[in-house]
Design a protein around this ligand. Structure first.
Ligand code: GLN
Length: 542
C-alpha cells in the first residue's frame, strides 16, 4: 500500500507526551498488522542533541546506525521494536545545513534562497525520503504550536497535506484539557486556542488527542468538537495511565487507531494486543520487589536516564518483580558518612556520564558494591569508573585516572584515537570538534568463553550501541587482571575492552556500550534480565 502520513503536533504546553502518544499509536497500528515508521522533526538549530546538556534535552538516544537523536526515538523503538535510522530525527540545523550547502554548490543558481520554498522543500524531502517501506509514517513535530521556530515545519506539513491530499495525510493535535479546581470544571479554552492557532497557519486537525486526568464528559467533547471543527468521535480522551505500557491499550480503547483507519477509509483489521496485555498484567501483579540504586550525575532529571529506567523495568517484567529505583546523586558519596544510602539496596548501577564532577562518588559506589558483593552494573562511564576503582584501590597504580579529567600520570581510561569500523580505520585527535565525533552506534564485541557475559548472552558475538570518546587502556590489561578484573568482551581486533566482570563477585559487570538502548518491554535486554535476577537473589539474602 502507498505510505500514509500521520502528522502529530502539540499545543497548549510542552511535555504532554506527544512522543509517547506517537509511539503508542504506532504500536496500535502494528497490532493491526500495519508496518510503521516513526520520525521526529525537531525545530531547534542544533544539528543533533549530541552536544546539548542533559538538563536541556534529557537523554541522547543513539540509533543502531550511530545517530545521536531525540529521546522520543527511544519511545518509538520501545513501543514498536522498529529500529530507527539516522534519517528519523530531523532538526532545523540539518535542514539549514543542507540548504546552505546546496546554495554554496550553486544548486539554486539565480534564485534568492528563502524559507518558502527552499527550506520547506528540504523539510518535505526529509519527511518523505525512506518511508517507502512503511504503511504508515508517523511524523511528530517537536515543540508547541505557536513557537516561532516550528513555523517552517508546520508550513511544510501543511503543504504536504495539500499536495498528497486528504487520502494520504492526517493531522493529530495533542492538547490539554485541565481541571481548574476552584471552578471544579474541565476547561476547553486552551484546546480551542491551540486549534485556532493551528488553523491560522492552514492546518485543520482531523483528530484531537486530549490529555486529561479524568474521563472527558460527553458535553466537554461536544463543545471541543464544535469549537474546533472536529467530529465528536475524533475528540479522543487521553487520560493519564498508571504505567507507560498501558498507553497503547488506553488509546486503543478510546478509539485512536480505529478513528485513524476510519479517516483513511481503511477496513479496521482486528487488533492483536496480547503483547501489551501481558506486559501490563506483569507490571501490575509482580511476585516480588527489588531496589536498585542508580548513582549518577543528573539524577534529579529523570529524562536524562529514560532508557535506563525503562530497561530496568523491563528486567523486572522478565523476572516478574517490581523494581524500585533509588536515584542517588553521586556527589553525596564524596561527603563523609553517607555510604549508608546504599544500605539494603539489592543492586547498584552507575550509568553513562561525562566529566569529572561526581566521579569520586561513583568510584566509592563501585567499591562498596565490590566489597559488599552487591550486584553492580556499570554502563559506559560506570564501567570506566569500576576499572578506575580497581586500578586505584586494588592495583594501587599511582596517578591512575582518566584523560577525560585532564592530563594524568597513568591514563587507565584514555582518549580513543583510532578504532576499526568494519574494515575502515577511524582516526580522532583531541582537537577534533565535539559534535558527532564519538564512537557511535553499533559495534561488534566478542565474548570470552566461560565468562558471565557469555552465559548471559548465550552467543559468541554480540552487537551493541556505543557512545563514548574514551576507553579502558588495553596496555594495563595484565595489571588489572592480576587484581581480578576479567576482560570478558573485546572488540574483534582485541584492542578495545567492551565488557569487564569480576570472578570473585556474584554479579559485577561493566559494559562500554549502552544496552539500555536496545531493551524492549516485550524483549527485555539479557543484561538487564540477569542483573535484576541477581538483585532479586540478593534481596533474599538480606
Ligand atoms: N565520558 C565517557 C566517554 O566519553 C563515557 C561516555 C558515556 O558514558 N556515554 O568515554
Amino acid at each position: 500500500m502507498t505510505t500514509l502520513f500521520v502528522f502529530i503536533t502539540g499545543g497548549v504546553v510542552s511535555s504532554l507526551g506527544k512522543g509517547l502518544a506517537s509511539a503508542a499509536l504506532g504500536a496500535a497500528l502494528q497490532a493491526r498488522g500495519y508496518k510503521v515508521r516513526l520520525r521526529k522533526l525537531d525545530p531547534y538549530l542544533n544539528i543533533d542533541p549530541g552536544t546539548m546538556s542533559p538538563y536541556q534535552h534529557g537523554e541522547v538516544y543513539v540509533t543502531s546506525d550511530g545517530a545521536e537523536t531525540d529521546l522520543d526515538l527511544g519511545h518509538y523503538e520501545r513501543f514498536t521494536g522498529v529500529n530507527s535510522r539516522r534519517s528519523d530525527n530531523i532538526t532545523s540545523g540539518q535542514i539549514y545545513q543542507s540548504v546552505i550547502a546546496k546554495e554554496r554548490r550553486g544548486d539554486y543558481l539565480g534564485a534568492t534562497v528563502q524559507v518558502i520554498p527552499h527550506v520547506t522543500d528540504e523539510i518535505k524531502r526529509f519527511i518523505m525520503s525512506g518511508t517507502e517501506d512503511a504503511d504508515f509514517a508517523l511524523i511528530e513535530i517537536g515543540g508547541t504550536v505557536g513557537d516561532i521556530e516550528s513555523l517552517p515545519f508546520l508550513e511544510a506539513i501543511r503543504q504536504l497535506g495539500y499536495e498528497l491530499g486528504r487520502d494520504r495525510t492526517l493531522f493529530i493535535h495533542v492538547t490539554l484539557v485541565p481541571r481548574i479546581s476552584v471552578a471544579g470544571e474541565l476547561k476547553t479554552k486552551p484546546t480551542q486556542h491551540s486549534v485556532k492557532e493551528l488553523r491560522s497557519i492552514g492546518i485543520q486537525p482531523d483528530i484531537l488527542l486530549c490529555r486529561c486526568t479524568e474521563p472527558l464528559p460527553e458535553g466537554v467533547r461536544r463543545k471541543i468538537a464544535l469549537f474546533c471543527n472536529v467530529r465528536e468521535e475524533d475528540v479522543i480522551a487521553a487520560p493519564d495511565a498508571a504505567s507507560l505500557y498501558e498507553v497503547p491499550l488506553t488509546y486503543h480503547q478510546e478509539g485512536l487507531d480505529s478513528q485513524v483507519l476510519k479517516i483513511f477509509r481503511l477496513d479496521a483489521r482486528p487488533p492483536n494486543l496480547n503483547r501489551w496485555e501481558t506486559i501490563v498484567e506483569r507490571v501490575h501483579a509482580p511476585e516480588g520487589r527489588v531496589s536498585i540504586a542508580i548513582v549518577g550525575k543528573y539524577t534529579e532529571l529523570r529524562d536524562a536516564y529514560i532508557s535506563l529506567g525503562e530497561a530496568l523495568v523491563h528486567g523486572g517484567i522478565a523476572n516478574r518483580v517490581s523494581v524500585d529505583l533509588k536515584w542517588l546523586d553521586a556527589e553525596i558519596f564524596e561527603r563523609p558518612d553517607t555510604i549508608h544510602h546504599l544500605d539494603g539496596v539489592d543492586g547498584i548501577l552507575v550509568p553513562g556520564g561525562f566529566g569529572e564532577r561526581g566521579t569520586r562518588g561513583k568510584i566509592t559506589a563501585a567499591q562498596f558494591a565490590r566489597e559488599h558483593k552487591v550486584p553492580y552494573f556499570g554502563i559506559c562511564f560506570g564501567m570506566q569508573m569500576a576499572v578506575l576503582e580497581a586500578a586505584r584501590n586494588l592495583a594501587k597504580i599511582d596517578g591512575a585516572s582518566s584523560s577525560e579529567f585532564g592530563p594524568c600520570k597513568v591514563p587507565v581510561v584514555g582518549l580513543l584515537t583510532e578504532w576499526m569500523r568494519g574494515n575502515e580505520i577511524v582516526v580522532r585527535s583531541g582537537s577534533d570538534p565535539l559534535g558527532g565525533t564519538m564512537r557511535l552506534g553499533n559495534y561488534e564485541c566478542r565474548l570470552k568463553p566461560d565468562s558471565l557475559a557469555h552465559s548471559i548472552y548465550g552467543v559468541d558475538t554480540i552487537v551493541e550501541r556505543h557512545r563514548h570518546r574514551y576507553e579502558v587502556n588495553i596496555n594495563l590489561k595484565e595489571q588489572l587482571e592480576e587484581v581480578g578484573v576479567v576482560f570478558s568482551g573485546m572488540s574483534p581486533d582485541n584492542m578495545l575492552p567492551e565488557i569487564i566482570e569480576r570472578a570473585d563477585h556474584p554479579w559485577f559487570v561493566g559494559v562500554q556500550f549502552h544496552p539500555e538502548l536496545r531493551s524492549r518491554p516485550f524483549e527485555p535486554h539479557p543484561l538487564f534480565q540477569s542483573f535484576i535476577k541477581a538483585a532479586f537473589a540478593q534481596s533474599r539474602l538480606v
